[in-house]
Design a protein around this ligand. Structure first.
Ligand code: ZN
Length: 509
């Protein structure tokens, strides 16, 4: 009888979670429509619709009823730890508990404050006016501190925020990884800077009409696994990827007529996110177990496909052929020995989203350090721009000319996303660890990629990573993918960069 009641409860819970997943799909569809299709005039009404949907989803999920079903379905005596039921109950319990802890008024206040702060940030960045944004960031910061207080078991406020983006990660662990990363990157970037003129990326600048770029990036994405039956590609100002189950993946890209890599590698990046989303086992659909397990692991896949594959030597041969097909005149004189270094050029720059593979993580480390200082009150908002500029001078050797190209460049803080940045660099680290193991497991990988053949790599990643969705914790997921302990190790990523840049720039030793 007890077993029967548990089965009934589990079925009822799954029905409820399916509805929640449907509501989330609808919200995500409206979000996609807003960025891809909606005329700007629709914004005000759309905001109301989104708020209503969010309320409905919250009521449906964070209810006493779901709590009761969780209790009844739990304690299944012999469900193995990694069974579907055990994973579903563990993940749902965690999500439910987090959703219940934060009072509705605080959530509403965060939503209102960040909506206003976003507008203020956009205007402040346009005018490069830190003082105009400062009071808004002050309010956001205060609310995020209160949010962190809802999770008193976290070792510090930062850890409470980080956990929303990278479950189970701590700032102590991130600091350890980032210290190693920084120690490896700073001398490598300095060595490259001494011979910077050995690489010329002028072939990538020019006049590249958008219609031809569109054909090119679609073909490149198809090389990675994009198929028109299950995927869509559209242009947007801010590129993103979103999935509605395994058979409906939407990615977007941004075209720069004067610079080919923006859309080309941006599309490979979003395709990587899409592959992870669409690779979940179909049995996980309409449950909280579908999709990526953490932002860091998600980013590991966008980076793996964009950089390790897309900017790697073997695949570059195939990709250059596709480029030549669309731009025969522009690339008539550009052979692989000019193209490959050009797409791997490293140069410290002010803007994170335009940074190359090697300097990118330093932009992230700077933000991680400042976020902690800000949250703990070690640096005041008055002094924050100076602290920012000092770190850009120290880590990247750059002088920041104004706030727009400095502290005001990112949207994240205006939206309350404090604790999000580390996941970008953690993604690089995890990509290095996964790539290492994939290479060892697939002896023909270079040969495959030089022919634009990605099936075996995709199959390996699906089996080791994508298929499992959120059924394991992020750490267990990484452990399973790499066959290791799940501990983050920047070693493989640094070794990969040293080898690549050593060859591209002719560095000795
Ligand atoms: Zn990404």
């Amino acid at each position: 009888m007890v077993a029967h009641r548990m089965t009934v409860a589990l079925d009822a819970l799954q029905t409820r979670l399916g509805e929640v997943s449907d509501l989330e799909s609808v919200a995500s569809g409206l979000g996609w429509d807003q960025q891809v299709m909606m005329p700007p005039g629709g914004a005000a009404l759309r905001a109301e619709a989104m708020a209503t949907l969010e309320t409905l989803t919250h009521e449906r999920f964070a209810s006493d009823e779901v709590g009761r079903l969780l209790d009844e379905a739990a304690a299944e005596p012999d469900a193995p730890e990694d069974s579907f039921a055990a994973s579903l109950l563990r993940v749902t319990r965690r999500d439910w508990d987090k959703a219940r802890r934060v009072p509705g008024e605080l959530k509403a206040e965060l939503a209102r404050t960040t909506a206003i702060a976003y507008e203020a940030w956009a205007e402040a960045r346009r005018r490069s006016d830190w003082e105009a944004f400062k009071p808004h960031l002050g309010k956001v910061l205060e609310l995020r501190r209160r949010y962190a207080e809802c999770f008193p078991e976290a070792a510090c406020a930062y850890d409470a925020l980080l956990d929303d983006f990278e479950p189970g990660m701590t700032s102590v662990e991130v600091s350890r990884v980032f210290a190693q990363l920084r120690e490896g990157l700073v001398p490598l970037i300095a060595a490259v800077a001494r011979v910077a003129d050995r690489v010329d990326d002028s072939p990538l600048h020019g006049d590249f009409p958008v219609e031809r770029q569109e054909r090119l990036v679609r073909r490149a994405a198809e090389g990675l696994g994009f198929d028109s039956h299950s995927w869509r590609l559209d242009p947007t100002v801010h590129p993103f990827a979103t999935g509605y189950g395994t058979q409906d993946v939407r990615i977007t890209t941004r075209y720069e007529p004067g610079f080919l890599p923006a859309a080309l590698f941006g599309t490979l990046h979003e395709t990587g996110h899409g592959l992870y989303e669409s690779g979940s086992d179909p049995s996980l659909e309409r449950t909280p177990l579908a999709g990526g397990v953490s932002l860091g692991l998600h980013e590991s896949q966008s980076r793996l496909w964009e950089n390790f594959v897309g900017r790697g030597r073997p695949f570059s041969g195939w990709l250059l052929e596709q480029i030549r097909h669309e731009f025969p005149r522009e690339f008539a004189e550009v052979d692989i020995d000019r193209y490959y270094p050009a797409v791997n050029r490293v140069a410290p720059s002010l803007i994170r989203v335009e940074a190359d593979e090697a300097t990118y993580s330093l932009h992230v480390i700077i933000r991680f350090e400042l976020e902690q200082d800000m949250l703990e009150g070690r640096v005041s908002l008055d002094d924050l721009p100076e602290a920012w500029n000092a770190k850009y001078a120290e880590y990247l050797g750059l002088e920041v000319p104004d706030a727009a190209q400095g502290i005001l460049q990112d949207v994240h803080w205006s939206g309350g996303a404090i604790g999000y940045f580390p996941t970008y660099a953690l993604g690089n680290v995890m990509a290095g660890q996964i790539w290492d193991v994939a290479r060892a497991a697939l002896p023909d990988l270079d040969h495959d990629l030089s022919n634009g053949e990605t099936r075996h790599l995709r199959g390996w990643l699906t089996e080791r990573l994508y298929r499992h969705g959120r059924t394991r914790t992020p750490r267990e997921t990484l452990a399973h993918a790499t066959g290791g302990t799940g501990e983050l190790d920047p070693g493989p990523y640094l070794a990969y960069l040293r080898e690549k840049l050593g060859a591209v720039y002719g560095l000795s030793g």
